[in-house]
Design a protein around this ligand. Structure first.
Ligand code: PLP
Length: 392
């Protein structure tokens, strides 16, 4: 059976070049980068090279990069670290309703512990309004945390405009760029960003590694205390093979991004158009054109459940993802789709395809051959579809 992986926003395969480099640092160059002997120092040099590579991809200086265990830790580090360091200045934080839970839940934790939170709404395409944000800023606002690109619907936020506003009001600005890194240009200086979260496993690097960009001069109370690694910002022996792999993945992403994005857009548009041509009662979720990630397709297929679609696709070797938070044990529709004011019944039929480097036209053809058949079969079992057809 053909196997088609269209869930790259969940994770990506490790690039073979990255994997082979990492292997050296597991088996041959295994020193602790904090050791002063040559075993340690050869690894230290490679970790510092990785810091350069990550910094180069986001327009930062190497000493502004702190390695973490991934995007979740970097989000927590940024938000909790700023809250703790700047609590005397103010206790108000602004975020958006479509953030990843690593941001939303961290902000909500603070809201239960003496901070005040404003959660900005989004429009029907999932985009935050800069005017709403301007109105939400108060004298005691210490942090704005808005993601660059949304993981579910691919909506790209007006980060540079928000950064300008944050700078004018002297409020720190954190951006979760986990989904945009390697897909569209990211530049902390041009975007006036103070803190930025990135993660390795979304860009063909290993899982369990990420980084937080911390603009020079920003204070941050660390999450972990201990050996004082990462300039005391993140204690704990570095995951050297992971960091070195992440650095390599960043270098490759920088070189390949423009060409890859152009190819992905062609495949994305072919998939979306094909779905719209072959299946009726389909709604496209998220923006079209330049405000959308080049690899994201998100649609709601009326009169079918997203989970049933996913399982049927999986049986045919196709990996996608749905908007329901089934991993958390509930079948509630995603908070992102609900924030976009989508009715529950439509949000329930949502399906996300996230394309990647290895996908081909044949992969898309296979999905376009199978998906309409699955939808037809599921709709035959749907009383709502039946009612709708009879009413016509
Ligand atoms: N932020 C966003 C927007 C994400 O999509 C993800 C992962 O899906 C994360 C943060 C968490 O990153 P990690 O898996 O590296 O902890």
């Amino acid at each position: 059976m053909r196997r088609v992986y269209l869930d790259h926003s969940a994770t990506t395969p490790v690039d073979p070049e990255v994997a082979s480099l990492m292997m050296t640092y597991y088996t041959e160059k295994y020193g602790n980068p904090s050791s002063i002997h040559s075993f340690g120092q050869e690894v230290r040099n490679a970790v510092e090279q990785a810091r350069h590579q990550v910094a180069a991809l986001i327009g930062a200086k190497p000493d502004e990069i702190t390695f973490t265990s991934g995007g979740t830790e970097a989000d927590n580090m940024a938000i909790l670290g700023v809250a703790d360091a700047y609590r005397k200045k103010g206790r108000h934080i602004i975020t958006s309703a479509v953030e990843h839970h690593a941001v939303l839940d961290t902000c909500e934790y603070l809201a239960k512990n003496g901070f005040e939170l404003t959660i900005l709404p989004v429009n029907e395409e999932g985009i935050v309004s800069v005017e709403d944000l301007a109105q939400a800023i108060r004298p005691d606002t210490i942090l704005i945390s808005i993601m660059h690109a949304n993981n579910e619907v691919g909506a790209i936020q007006p980060i540079a405009d928000i950064g300008k506003l944050a700078q004018e009001h002297k409020v720190l600005f954190h951006v979760d760029a986990v989904q945009s890194l390697g897909k569209i240009p990211v530049n902390v200086k041009e975007m006036n960003v103070d803190l930025m979260t990135v993660s390795s496993h979304k860009i063909y690097g290993p899982k369990g590694v990420g980084a937080l960009y911390i603009r020079k001069g920003i204070r941050l109370v660390p999450l972990f205390h201990g050996g004082g690694q990462e300039k005391k910002r993140r204690s704990g022996t570095e995951n050297a093979p992971g960091i070195i792999g992440f650095g390599k993945a960043c270098e490759l992403a920088g070189r390949r991004m423009a060409a890859e994005a152009a190819e992905l857009k062609i495949l994305r548009d072919k998939l979306l158009q094909g779905i719209l041509d072959k299946i009726d009662y389909v709604k496209v979720n998220g923006p079209l054109g330049d405000s959308r990630l080049p690899n994201n397709v998100n649609v709601s297929i009326r009169f079918v459940e997203g989970e049933s679609l996913l399982l049927s696709l999986d049986m045919l070797g196709i990996a996608a993802s749905s908007g329901s938070a089934c991993t958390s044990g509930s079948l509630d529709p995603s908070h992102v789709l609900l924030a976009m004011r989508m009715p529950h019944e439509i949000a329930h039929g949502s399906l996300r395809f996230s394309l990647g480097r290895q996908n081909t036209e044949e992969d898309i053809d296979y999905v376009l051959e199978q998906l309409p058949k699955i939808v037809e079969r599921l709709r035959m079992m749907s009383p709502l579809y039946d009612q709708m057809k009879q009413a016509q």
